[in-house]
Design a protein. Structure first.
Lengths: 354, 261
């Protein structure tokens, strides 16, 4: 009898199969169009954009490389040949493999632009030497530094990673705890908030003179500075997220028999998580900055130290090599944090445009 | 004998409740919102509270829920005074207020988790999801639900604690007319299935007549219960029967909304 009544409601007539569960809120029409686009074969121009761009870059390089010693240019020449080869292989493979095709459709313009930009850089620096040396080496010189100094670069990256992770972890943990306390408890907010507002905005790097005196070693002081840089945004955003928990959620939880632990850990904190992630991203940006500065001040290792060391020797090829490593390193960490956010905030999907 | 004891326990007693709030324009004076409210609910009764906005209906529900405390007067659930929120008084708002970070299933079992009894009572989760017909949406997040479905989930979440009294604060007020009528039947079905005592705050006179055993009409500023009407119509009720329409006319007359003759 009950069952009859339930299924009798047109509003809740159950979906015919589980695949129709409303877990994918995208619009069906848009979905269909997207799929059609993804599955149709790529025409020749987009498929060949990257190889053609790579050939252009190669031609530029071969045109100018005759006047330089082979040692200085052959790894770059090889590198461009590799781009040509890989992009040709991908252009052929995408005809047989659909996921690759939609990925290539998405990435083609960017890769093309990137390869052409390297070619342009080659023309401006190595080709016509329009920019003063040694400050603006060509791509070939940078690639050569990257390869020849790889051991030291790898070692520096490893040190930076260790420093960054230890500082960031400590900063996030302390920031979460202080943010939750300030956001939840009125007395803690009364005493904590003014301190946070006065001390927090000081850039962490401004504490370097003090940190070098106070801490037992340069590594500890660098990690502490990174933690401090992360702590402020994480605390601020966590506290505001917690104290802005909608009162109605707390009221509902109380009428369900919730105690204080439930209200804090299962209502206020989940409600604050979107805010907390903003704090985590801001803290990550601040930690990169602090890492590079702290590296070059006290610590005798790490990417920041490497950059200033290479600059001291006027080895600008190595400076750019380190910048490239940093770009890859930092953006990878940023991407990982985005992945974590996507996983944790899956309940927001379809509510908020990311 | 046992049945009698249970009956005693689930009735709600309200005696001479007064509540005032600081006036928004002058924080030094307090405006009375509720001015000596008294009534009681028998076990298993479904009573509606109607009245214009600002007459303190929602304030009264918050007092009964224990979310606020009265200036004076006595609130009793069975023989026990109400001092703070508790699982024996469920509350459903106009906005379903489902926790957006929990799936429908986890929302419905929130009360069991909050009281630390999920392990003993986990099979009840399925029972209550079935009761409101949301089994297929168990793993969906609240923003995927329609207004009616979300409100059904909110009802199940409140009922899973087996409250002695379920307080409903305009629970269907945000729904469209058709969904609202369907949900009225749904609430009645839950009421008949569980015999939970219900106190329903509503703006909708038809809804009050259609659903309740008794209607209490409140007057605004300060809120008082002006009149109590017993609805003796047989269930299920006909929304367009003569008796129904006559009652409706009486209430509209009483509230001075009948229109000029």
């Amino acid at each position: 009898m009950l069952q009859e009544e339930i299924t009798g409601h047109p509003e809740i007539s159950p979906p015919k199969s589980t695949t129709q569960l409303p877990s994918a809120p995208t619009h069906p029409d848009i979905d269909a169009i997207q799929r059609m686009e993804d599955e149709s074969e790529l025409g020749w121009p987009p498929q060949l954009a990257v190889p053609v761009a790579a050939l252009v870059a190669l031609a530029i390089h071969l045109r100018f490389s005759k006047r330089a010693p082979v040692v200085e240019t052959h790894s770059y020449t090889l590198f461009v040949y590799e781009i040509v080869a890989v992009s040709l292989v991908l252009a052929i493979a995408q005809r047989f493999w659909t996921p690759l095709r939609s990925w290539m459709r998405h990435m083609c313009p960017i890769f093309t632009a990137a390869v052409l930009a390297i070619g342009l850089w080659d023309v401006v620096t190595f080709g016509f030497q329009l920019l003063p040396l040694p400050y603006f080496p060509g791509p070939a010189a940078v690639l050569r530094s990257l390869i020849s100094d790889r051991v030291l670069l790898l070692d520096s990256t490893w040190h930076s990673l260790a420093l960054l992770l230890s500082g960031y972890t400590v900063g996030v943990l302390v920031g979460l705890i202080s943010g939750i306390c300030i956001g939840w408890s009125t007395p803690v907010r009364y005493w904590g908030m003014p301190m946070l507002k006065v001390v927090g905005p000081i850039p962490a790097t401004a504490w370097i003179p003090l940190a070098m005196v106070v801490s037992p070693s340069a590594i500890v002081s660098a990690a502490g500075l990174i933690a401090l840089a992360v702590w402020f945004p994480v605390t601020m955003l966590t506290a505001s997220g917690i104290s802005n928990t909608p009162a109605s959620y707390l009221d509902v939880a109380r009428t369900l028999g919730a105690g204080r632990a439930y209200l804090i850990f299962r209502v206020a904190i989940p409600a604050a998580v979107p805010n907390i992630f903003i704090g985590l991203f801001m803290g990550l940006g601040a930690s990169f900055l602090t890492l590079v500065v702290a590296d070059s001040v006290g610590v005798r290792s790490g990417l920041g130290w490497y950059v200033s060391w290479a600059q001291g020797w006027a080895e600008y090829g190595e400076v750019y090599a380190a910048l490239i490593i940093m770009a890859a390193f930092f953006s990878t960490i940023m991407t990982l944090l985005f992945r974590v956010r996507d996983r944790v905030l899956v309940w927001q999907k379809g509510v908020i445009k990311w | 004998m046992v049945a009698l004891a249970e009956t005693e326990a689930s009735s709600l007693g309200i005696r001479e409740i007064r509540k005032s709030f600081p006036a928004p324009d002058d924080p030094l004076t307090r405006r009375p919102v509720l001015d000596g409210i008294s009534f009681s609910l028998a076990a298993g009764e479904l009573v509606s509270l109607i009245g214009p906005s600002g007459c303190g209906k929602s304030t009264l529900l918050r007092l009964i829920a224990g979310l606020d405390s009265p200036d004076s007067g006595e609130l009793l659930i069975g023989a026990d005074p109400i001092t703070r929120p508790g699982a024996e008084r469920g509350l459903v708002f106009q906005d379903p207020n489902l926790f957006p970070w929990l799936t429908v299933r986890r929302n419905i079992q929130a009360g069991l988790v909050a009281r630390g009894v999920l392990r003993e009572k986990h099979e009840e989760v399925d029972e209550f999801m079935g009761l409101v017909g949301l089994e297929v949406f168990a793993n969906a997040y609240p923003h995927h639900l329609s207004g009616g479905m979300a409100q059904r989930a909110a009802l199940a979440r409140a009922l899973i604690n087996h409250p002695k009294v379920l307080l409903l604060d305009e629970p269907l007020g945000a729904l469209d007319a058709f969904t609202r009528m369907r949900m009225q039947d749904e609430v009645l079905r839950l009421w008949q299935a569980r015999r939970t005592t219900m106190l329903l705050v509503t703006h909708d006179i038809d809804e009050a007549i259609y659903m309740s055993d008794r209607i209490m009409i409140m007057s605004p500023r300060p809120g008082r219960i002006e009149r109590t009407i017993c609805i003796a119509l047989d269930r299920p009720r006909q929304r367009s029967s003569e008796d129904f329409l006559r009652l409706r006319g009486d209430i509209l007359n009483f509230l001075h909304f009948a229109g000029k003759a």
